[in-house]
Ligand binder design. Structure first.
Ligand SMILES: Cc1cc2nc3c(=O)[nH]c(=O)nc-3n(C[C@H](O)[C@H](O)[C@H](O)COP(=O)(O)OP(=O)(O)OC[C@H]3O[C@@H](n4cnc5c(N)ncnc54)[C@H](O)[C@@H]3O)c2cc1C
Length: 477
């Protein structure tokens, strides 16, 4: 390592890599230091069960990556990234043996929602039409909107709880269930504002851009980002766990792809006590209990629609899903948890040996929970796909603790770098957002706006803040 870099980035998750690329594109020398032996943080894949089965350890389905205004500026296809879209983004099976299929087409989706066809169209269509104007305002920090009319239209619908929206707009069980599954991605109790906003963003992206997966697994997003960074002359060192900022080579800026707890441990001595107190008050969200399976055939879904979607939401009705998330919010374990499942090998033959499949799923649990949810998750799959257990050849189980060992940012199994409650949606992790009171020190992880998910926008905005502050390079956003 040379003795000086313009900027050092700690952590090579999508946000760390996005920050490094933004700074390098501005002509600065950058070094990324990654604790683990593989780059990518939440976008890594591994043979978790058996050789030949490529499982995504963390993220699997990527609406926000394909919607990301920053990723769109990168030539990632030239570095091997290829998106695969299943025929429909999402299936939501029900106990009557049918499933609601969220299709790319709003009308095709609405058609399945009985008396709620018009309500679904009226809710979603204007937002889907406006998505390309909404994306820059929604995937960034709170500021004067670029498109105030479209944002006001979104806000009127979104500024409520997922439960409230489902009840107000829909009367059928099918439409309510579909929206409950979308809103549950907020990792908030569905009675809490702004869980509806998460449901809407996921629904809109499903229609507007799709919910794709990278051919070969999420690791290929990281590979492409790293290869592009290196092509620009950026450096990355793997297997270097930073324990204190004092260990780093000299630099003008340090950007941490870390959550507040780690920032406190690495940089506590440099931070004024008032800022430390704010970071200590930062709230982590639900944890997740993650499972992967190698199977000797496709999942035996009762509803044929489920074979057309890479993502399947398992939890039944609005009431059931709301109960599962409410219990989690109270620190309890759901008996019948809402399960998010992906079946990538149905659409990507590179993921498993011929005729065999890899399956990815998780459910929400209280932060740090040590309870084994294996039986409850598998029972939820069996409910909609009787015979699933007989197809299992091998399984991998990752508790919240295992996930945190895999990636120190997953505090207590929280996959979003902190709860997305009202306060932390905007003031994330504090009112200073990407900057800290320590000159040259920045946060660039999903603990900053716009929060969790693979989109790189936190890293991009943190790098823009550093460029403006340290190098006086004007911000255009
Ligand atoms: C089980 C699971 C499922 C998910 N599913 C999806 C999904 O389907 N779609 C989606 O969009 N998102 C999903 N996510 C969320 C997504 O992975 C994260 O929001 C995203 O990776 C956050 O990116 P980041 O760059 O902020 O941090 P991370 O990706 O967490 O990267 C942080 C990096 O910093 C490194 N690091 C930590 N401490 C140190 C240190 N002291 N020194 C050096 N390096 C350090 C870590 O090793 C890691 O590589 C999922 C996450 C999990 C865990």
């Amino acid at each position: 390592m040379p003795g000086f870099y313009d900027a050092i980035i700690i952590g090579s998750g999508p946000n760390g890599l996005a920050a490094a690329i933004t700074l390098r594109r501005a002509g600065l020398s950058v070094l990324v230091l990654e604790a683990e032996q593989t780059a990518g943080g939440g976008i890594r894949s591994a043979e978790l069960t058996l050789p030949g089965f490529i499982h995504d350890v963390c993220s699997a389905v990527h609406p926000l990556a394909i919607a990301s205004p920053f990723f769109r500026t990168l030539p990632l296809a030239e570095y091997g990234l290829e998106w695969i879209h299943s025929p429909a983004p999402l299936a939501h099976p029900l106990d009557d043996g049918t499933a609601v299929l969220m299709q790319r087409d709003v009308h095709g989706t609405a058609f399945q929602l009985e008396q709620d066809s018009n309500a679904y169209r009226k809710l979603m269509y204007p937002l889907v039409r406006d998505w390309h104007r909404l994306e820059s305002d929604l995937l960034g920090p709170l500021r004067v909107p670029h498109h105030p009319i479209e944002m006001a239209r979104f806000g009127r619908r979104a500024w409520r709880s997922g439960y409230g929206l489902a009840k107000k707009f829909f009367s059928s069980m099918r439409a309510r269930a579909l929206f409950a599954g979308l809103a549950a991605h907020s990792m908030l109790p569905l009675e809490q504002v702004p869980s509806a906003a998460f449901g809407l963003v996921l629904g809109i992206t499903g229609h507007a851009v799709g919910w794709p997966m990278p051919r070969g697994g999420a690791q290929n997003i990281a590979r492409a980002l790293v290869a592009y960074l290196r092509s620009l002359g950026g450096e990355i060192l793997l297997g270097v766990r930073v324990r204190s900022l004092d260990e780093l080579p000299a630099s003008r800026a340090v950007l941490c792809d870390l959550t507040p707890r780690q920032l406190l441990s690495l940089a506590g001595n440099r931070l004024p006590s008032s800022y430390q107190r704010h970071l200590q008050k930062y709230r982590y969200g639900f944890g997740v209990f993650k499972m992967d399976w190698a199977t000797d055939g496709p999942i035996p879904w009762r509803a044929a629609e489920c074979f057309r979607a890479a993502t399947v939401h398992l939890g039944g009705s609005l009431e059931e899903i709301a109960t599962s998330e409410r219990e989690c919010g109270r620190g309890q374990l759901a008996l019948s948890p809402f399960v998010l499942l992906a079946q990538p090998s149905l659409f990507d033959c590179t993921r498993a040996p011929p005729g065999q499949h890899c399956v990815w799923a998780y459910c929400h649990v209280p932060n740090g929970s040590a309870f084994d949810m294996t039986d409850r998750i598998e029972a939820q799959i069996e409910r909609f796909a009787p015979g699933f257990r007989e197809r299992i050849v091998a399984r991998s189980i990752l508790s919240p603790q295992d996930l945190e060992r895999h990636n120190a940012n997953l505090v207590g199994g929280d996959i979003n770098g902190g709860a997305a409650n009202l306060r932390q949606l905007f003031l994330r992790p504090t009112v200073r957002l990407y900057t800290t009171p320590s000159r040259g020190l920045y946060l660039c992880s999903s603990s900053t706006p716009p929060g969790g998910g693979v989109h790189g926008m936190c890293g991009y905005f943190a790098a823009r803040a550093a460029l403006a502050r340290e190098w006086k390079l004007a911000r255009s956003d």
